[in-house]
Design a protein around this ligand. Sequence first.
Ligand code: FAD
Length: 211
Amino acid sequence: MAKHEYDVLIVGTGAGGGGVLWWLCEKWQKEIKRIGIIERGELLLPSHARNLPMMNTDLLWRYFNTVSSPLPGAESDYSGARQLFAFGGRTLFWFAFALRMNLSIMEKWPIPIEEMASYYNIAEQAMNVTSTFTQDSTFTEILLDRLWQNGFSDADHIPLAADLMPSIYGRIHTDIFNSSVSFLSTALNLSPACLWLTTALCLSLAPNIRH
Ligand SMILES: Cc1cc2nc3c(=O)[nH]c(=O)nc-3n(C[C@H](O)[C@H](O)[C@H](O)COP(=O)(O)OP(=O)(O)OC[C@H]3O[C@@H](n4cnc5c(N)ncnc54)[C@H](O)[C@@H]3O)c2cc1C
């Protein structure tokens, strides 16, 4: 890779890197561009950990604690903060709660709220964000009732990046919980001609892609 020039070189395959890669491939489907993406970590999991049949919450946390390490310098602010160097970054283990920032915070941002809303809409569609995941859960309904009765009228079902479509008519929807791996897969299907990956990932993920 060091011998080549790239139109864009993305560092990291986590939420940021995966999202940018997908978006560029979406935009440049018909153009010949060289996009490189480099990743410090190994290929740890092929999907979000919760999509693996053998995983339960206990195993997931034990595994996450084994493969991640404490974030240096974070002890005083948040002692639980951990970093993970792996293909897909922390999205392999995130809870998939896909909440928008509070409007009052965004008012001070240089990007207008309406413009931010359009980016949120694109991201939420790409990540299959839904508020129906917790619907009909007795626990959630009781909690929401109590919140509404006590004046928290904004309380709502939590939006989750989860593809709840069943696999049907040849369309496979087994990657329920979204991770950056989903972004990379979509990017590969959109425009494999413009995508270059680091050799190790390239060989294990897509044998026919250039590296
Ligand atoms: C257990 C857990 C639960 C979470 N739940 C939620 C949630 O429900 N909702 C929510 O919004 N957020 C959640 N988060 C946070 C969310 O996962 C992160 O905010 C998000 O993944 C950050 O994206 P990122 O691309 O900035 O970083 P990361 O996802 O960490 O990706 C960074 C990538 O860069 C790579 N990298 C680092 N250094 C280099 C280098 N020098 N060269 C090449 N590659 C490098 C890393 O290996 C990694 O792949 C959770 C996080 C964890 C750990």
